[in-house]
Write a protein that binds this ligand. Sequence first.
Ligand code: ZN
Length: 93
Amino acid sequence: MKSIIQDTKKSIIDGSIYNLHEHHIFKGKNRNNSEQYGLKVWLTYEQHEGTYGVHGKYGHELDLKLMRLGQIFFELTHSREEFISIFGRNYLD
Ligand SMILES: [Zn+2]
């Protein structure tokens, strides 16, 4: 997996190495942008698809945290303006 956030295959949340799923931080129309810029992380099945997982019913907080993390990493090498022009909004501040 190409990721600018992780270089080892383990959960970004707790370091778990089992039942890992690849998660594209920015979804929908930005899924391809996540792919292109390496804005992907490893999550366990529960952290990904479970009730409190990022795609789950109660996963919004986690989803937002990961999107903020993605923007922070993107902005290590790009400007805020570039982020907004590519991803459509600002998740920080
Ligand atoms: Zn996902």
